[in-house]
Design a protein around this ligand. Structure first.
Ligand code: AMP
Ligand code: ZN
Length: 471
């Protein structure tokens, strides 16, 4: 009998998501039946993305994949290409802004693709949406939620009674505890900028309030409205964005849309630290994905990022990489040498328990445990059809999680910069076999040691010598 993993009928069970606003895990129901809209705050393109920035990209890519199994999803991830940090980078490097943003948009997309992140359905750029931002700001002024002062437009926080609800902050306490020096154009310390004037050297657009540029928060409110509508189902980002960014987005959109809720579910990923330390430029411990992928396969990085639950903090170290590499070795090792026909692939379904784990607020540790359960069953399987069916299930699970996209032989042969290339490894193995045939065991052992030093282990078997990296 073939030990297929069963697939309980979960169609009538909702996906569960933890919503920051309600502060708990709740069943997810989209506003429109069968359709979901999701917005993720994307990168500010003045530098390469670091491994912390990759966490939301990977985690919410996985959520997008999980949602697409059930719904027609429209997923927007914006690009902030107008920002003071970009202006500073331009001044510091002497390079035009367009050149800087074009370079880092491409790098971001290439680097995230290396981590198995699929492109979103829409990738709106702030500079291409200035008109909708101006419209939204004008509406906020007209409705009495914003005011003009010294060529700035500010959101009047006191006009919005729900301010602080998302981040669970009390406005009065915030004011009392505030030590910020109040800019002369602000009525109150917590009023935030919707529009600010630009000098001739800085990027700027004509507006009813003079030549200027938008504040960061209004960018996302305007782009979300334009591409996904007044109320979106899911709004996601890193935990640091809850306040002030998302609180402010929420205030702007809610007021511009006469009280219509902005996002129905707010999802936030926990922070990533490096060797128990916060990543920061001043400490010099910022790990760029662009650099890391030169020596570590993208799938290893993806798996390491998914190994902790997305809401938990995640500490990154050399060990996280090694652990993820070994896990992938086990997964690829299970399917290695098993032929899987197109029919078997088409017939395979992801085991219900794995889907259930992902649909339970993206419980990736549990989902990975289920993934290994299939690998274990496959390692124990004895007949060919059973092996083929289980291997096909593993590929289906991999497809859902964005893992195991490589051919197993390529995975084990695959080398990254600095590693010994596969052809050199094979040449050394041949030399070792020749040495053994001549009963020169000293030489044979020396070659084995040389390979070991290079991180390659070999296994002699009836069919010849096989090899793998690591372990
Ligand atoms: P930024 O370009 O700084 O706006 O960040 C882009 C995304 O990365 C946002 O969703 C941030 O919340 C997220 N992010 C930044 N640093 C980290 C970190 N250390 N761990 C997890 N997420 C982060
Ligand atoms: Zn945003």
């Amino acid at each position: 009998m073939i030990a297929f993993f069963d697939r309980p009928n979960r169609d009538n069970m909702s996906i569960q998501l933890h919503d920051t606003l309600r502060g708990k895990k709740i069943p997810f129901e989209p506003l429109q039946e069968g359709e979901v809209t999701m917005y993720l705050c994307g990168p500010t393109v003045y530098n390469y993305a670091h491994i912390g920035n990759a966490r939301p990209a990977v985690v919410f890519d996985l959520l997008a994949r999980v949602l697409r199994r059930r719904y027609k999803l429209t997923f927007a991830r914006n690009i902030t290409d107008v920002d003071d940090k970009i202006n500073t980078a331009s001044i510091e490097t002497g390079k035009p802004i367009d050149e800087i943003t074009a370079k880092y948009i491409k790098a971001y997309n290439d680097d995230m693709a290396a981590l198995g992140v699929r492109p979103p359905d829409v990738e709106p750029r702030a500079t291409q949406h200035i008109d909708v931002m101006i419209e939204m700001i004008a509406a906020l002024i007209e409705k009495g939620f914003a005011y003009v002062a010294q060529a700035h437009v500010l959101f009047d926080v006191s006009s919005y009674s729900q301010y602080g609800e998302l981040s669970k902050r009390d406005l009065r306490e915030m004011i009392a505890g505030s030590r910020v020096e109040v800019a002369p154009y602000k009525r109150a310390a917590h009023d935030f900028v919707l529009w600010k004037p630009s000098t001739p050297e800085l990027p700027g657009w004509d507006s009813p309030w003079g030549r200027g540029r938008p504040g960061w928060h209004i960018e996302c409110s305007a782009m979300a409205e334009k591409h996904l509508g007044a109320t979106i189902d899911i709004h996601a980002g890193g935990q640091d964005l809850v306040f002030p960014h998302h609180e402010n987005e929420c205030a702007q959109s809610n007021c511009a849309h006469d009280g219509a809720p902005f996002a129905r579910y707010w999802l936030h990923n926990g922070f990533l630290s490096i060797d128990q330390t916060k990543m920061s430029k001043s400490l010099g411990n910022v790990l760029l994905v662009h650099d890391l992928i030169k020596s570590v396969p993208g799938e290893v990085i993806r798996l390491a990022l998914l190994s902790a639950h997305y809401r938990q903090p995640l500490d990154w170290s050399a060990e996280s990489i090694e652990k993820a590499r070994r896990m992938l070795d086990r997964l690829y090792g299970a399917v290695r040498g098993i032929e899987v026909s197109d029919e078997a692939r088409a017939a395979a379904v992801v085991p219900g328990a794995l889907v259930a784990a992902l649909e339970d607020d993206l419980n990736t540790p549990k989902a990975l445990a289920e993934f290994f359960a299939i690998a274990r069953a496959l390692n124990k399987a004895s007949n060919v059809p059973e092996k083929e069916a289980l291997a096909a299930q593993m590929y289906a699970a991999g497809e859902l999680m964005g893992l195991m996209s490589d051919d197993p032989e390529k995975w084990f042969a695959g080398h990254v910069e600095g590693d010994l290339p596969a052809d050199e490894i094979e040449a050394l193995i041949e030399q070792r076999n020749a040495a053994k045939a001549e009963r020169d065991f000293e030489r044979a052992d020396a070659i084995r040691d040389q390979l070991k030093q290079a991180g390659v282990s070999i296994q002699d078997g009836r069919e010849g010598t096989s090899w793998r990296r690591g372990g």
